[in-house]
Design a protein around this ligand. Structure first.
Ligand SMILES: *[C@@H]1O[C@H](CO)[C@@H](O)[C@H](O)[C@H]1NC(C)=O
Length: 421
């Protein structure tokens, strides 16, 4: 879509400052003169409204949004800082099709705020090529920090290789997309670049132009290829077969491959993963134990795909995540360990070496959802024979408490939760 279709005038820009009517009247003339030199709508964050919102986000690569409420103290504190950041960004990146800092009045624009499930103010969210990032901005709230954040977001995430051999040396722990293209002026490359900006945190992107990739694609046909993280997954290389110029098509394909079904949990991404709200099924393994990692991946892809709406499949470095193991009464020497964290409790899978026994892990997950895991912890094993009397012998204990819920976003940041109003 042509970036020219967006101009500040159709964004319904509105600046809101506490100027009184009298002051407005008094300064009216001066204002009229000023406006001919400097359009005040160009400064500060752009006030967004539902009517123009869709057009704006689909025509702008990066939209950084401040969801605020007028009555919220923290929103009012943030407003001038965010405006200052907007001015810095506009000065450095004047192209409105690249980046816009906007603000959304959540009381008046409830259609927008409910679409993004805004529950606290102010919430800062980034939208790239029309798609919101799941995690909200949680960095420092200063004009400088916002500016640096935007600058970083606008960096081209694609690594260009000059020789094919560089591709062979790419780290095998990464999931990689490689463009073999004739030059960087094509629509295909622009599409690839935009898709890469959306998924750069999840996987790696490489491109080779001209001579660097000549032998890898037909002369008039650019190619995008996927190479899985060979060190842990059991997937195969693949080439994109759709329209390489279509953002939607390329994005859908890359996204499906980019975010693997089994992910590694780290201290950096734990908070985000908890936000997804699904119980964790975690393989804790020794960092050098690639064998069990692959086994677990294979198990999930071959047997557990039907469970992917119900649980999050994760792996964890058992040395780094010693704390949850300790919680389960285990330590590094007991690795590998499989456990479920339901965000209320943790449950240990009896014997990780039996993970590939047909149906075993599937049953473990089913037992979580049926409540059996929790029940058995209190009352001992469920009777296997339905005619037998239930062996109701309370152990008076509870399963270990969840350790991962502590990594979930805190309610005590300087924002107000809607529930607390
Ligand atoms: C393409 O490459 C040339 C030379 O490196 C560079 O000057 C130009 O900005 C690039 N264009 C794009 C769209 O990246």
């Amino acid at each position: 879509m042509p970036p020219e279709s967006i101009s500040p005038s159709n964004l319904k820009v509105k600046r809101k400052h506490g100027t009184s009517t009298l002051a407005k009247f008094t300064f009216g003339f001066a204002y009229l003169i000023l406006i001919s030199f400097h359009n005040p709508t160009d400064s500060g964050a752009v006030e967004l409204e539902s009517s123009s919102f869709d057009e704006l986000i689909s025509n702008t690569e990066l939209v950084f949004l401040n969801f605020y409420a007028d009555w919220c103290r923290f929103s009012n504190l943030l407003a001038p800082i965010f405006d200052e950041a907007a001015d810095k960004v506009t000065a450095e990146f004047p192209d409105k099709s690249k980046v816009i800092l906007g603000r959304v009045d959540c009381d008046r624009q409830s259609a927008i705020s409910s679409r993004y499930k805004i529950t606290k103010y102010p919430t800062l969210k980034l939208i790239r090529n029309g798609l919101p990032l799941k995690k909200e901005y949680r960095g420092q709230r200063s004009a400088e920090a916002f500016f640096e954040f935007i600058k970083k977001q606008l960096e081209n995430p694609i690594h260009e290789f000059k020789h094919l051999r560089e591709v062979l040396n790419i780290d095998e722990t990464k999931r990689v997309f490689i463009g073999y293209m004739s030059n960087n002026e094509s629509k295909t490359y622009d599409t690839f670049r935009r898709v890469a900006t959306n998924l750069k945190d999840e996987c790696a992107f490489y491109v080779g132009f001209g001579e660097a990739s000549r032998t890898m694609h037909p002369p008039d046909n650019d190619i995008i290829a996927f190479r899985p993280d060979r060190s842990r997954s059991v997937e195969l290389d693949e080439t994109f077969q759709g329209h390489t110029e279509s953002f939607d098509e390329v994005f859908a394909w890359v996204q499906a491959k980019c975010v693997p079904i089994v992910r590694e949990i780290t201290f950096e991404n734990a908070e985000e993963l908890t936000e997804e709200g699904l119980p964790f099924l975690i393989l804790f393994h020794h960092p050098d134990d690639i064998e069990n990692l692959r086994k677990f991946n294979q198990l999930v892809t071959e047997e557990l795909m039907t469970e992917k709406q119900n649980v999050n499949f994760l792996t964890a470095d058992g040395k780094k995540f010693a704390h949850p193991l300790h919680h389960l009464g285990k330590s590094e020497k007991d690795l590998p360990i499989i456990a479920i964290d339901s965000f209320r409790h943790m449950y240990l899978f009896p014997d990780a070496s039996k993970m590939t026994d047909p149906g075993k892990i599937k049953q473990f997950i089913a037992d979580l959802h049926s409540g059996k895991l929790h029940r058995e912890f209190h009352y001992g094993p469920d009777p296997t024979d339905s005619t037998a009397l239930p062996n109701v012998k309370p152990k008076g204990t509870s399963p270990p408490e969840s350790t991962f819920k502590k990594l979930a976003p805190s309610n005590n940041r300087y924002t107000l939760l809607r529930d607390e109003l």
